[in-house]
Design a protein around this ligand. Structure first.
Ligand SMILES: [Zn+2]
Length: 257
């Protein structure tokens, strides 16, 4: 998934130059210091140039129709550099899993706490009205332990919901897999394998539940036709709200870990 940027910035940065033709990257140097790297992605299908910021990794990408010369792409990138710099700057940075950091579970903020003396790996409890993820063991294993735990939690939340939705449609998933995908929240293969991103466990429950229903409905309809959306509605009611939530907030879920 990428965030599309409307390119209507009249600003022009003073200097810009092509840094490395071989790696298809444009380096833009602002007069007052900041430097932007814009990756060029040539495309047969693109009709016009568009600047995008990738969901995972905060990378700027300029999609360029095949027939557009590099010089023109360079001018386009420079023309929109101010806009791009502001958008990259206001994007929230990554949140590492470390003591004191906060991560949502089913949309509810949880603070991470290291309990070196504790037993039991990772566990969740409430302290002073706030939810805490406690992690035992050596500090250098903390991040991995939290990630592993969240992935297991994702499986525990997603699997029964997906199975229940499929069952209501008189279908059964061949397999349900939980992955770390950056481009999709869920997918359904023609063989009936449902795949989900573990990061859905960070989203509010209604959003996670909607994606489970969406993929289960693909076991009946392998498309996004009105019939498909009616099935999703039968399963979860209003699907537009969680779908919009995911569009607006999904990128933020990639900040964690
Ligand atoms: Zn779909």
């Amino acid at each position: 998934m990428v965030n599309q940027i409307a390119c209507e910035d009249p600003e022009q940065w003073d200097r810009c130059f092509l840094a490395d033709l071989h790696s298809n990257k444009i380096l833009i140097q602002a007069p007052d210091g900041p430097q932007l790297v814009v990756a060029l992605r040539f495309s047969k299908r693109a009709k016009r140039m568009s600047l995008q910021i990738e969901t995972a990794g905060n990378n700027a990408v300029l999609v360029v129709p095949d027939e557009v010369p590099v010089g023109e792409a360079e001018r386009f990138a420079c023309h929109h550099a101010g806009w791009l710099a502001r958008n990259l700057a206001c994007r929230p940075g990554p949140v590492a899993f470390e003591p004191g950091a906060e991560t949502p579970i089913l949309g509810v903020p949880h603070r991470i706490q290291h309990c070196p003396e504790g037993r039991g790996g990772v566990w969740v409890d409430s302290k002073n009205n706030s939810d805490v993820i406690s992690v035992s063991g050596a500090p250098n294993h903390l991040a991995r332990r939290v990630t592993d735990w969240l992935r297991r939690r994702a499986r525990d939340e997603i699997t029964p919901r997906a199975r229940t939705h499929a069952h209501r449609l008189n279908r059964a998933a061949a397999r349900i897999s939980i992955r770390d995908t950056t481009s999709r929240w869920g997918s359904c293969s023609s063989r009936g394998i449902l795949s989900f991103s573990w990061r859905l466990v960070l989203a509010p429950e209604r959003v996670l539940n909607y994606v489970c229903a969406h993929e289960a409905a693909h076991l009946v309809e392998m498309n996004h036709s009105p019939v498909f959306w009616r099935l999703v509605e039968e399963l979860v009611g209003d699907w537009q709200e969680p779908r919009t939530w995911l569009r607006l907030n999904g990128a933020k879920l990639h900040r964690y870990g």
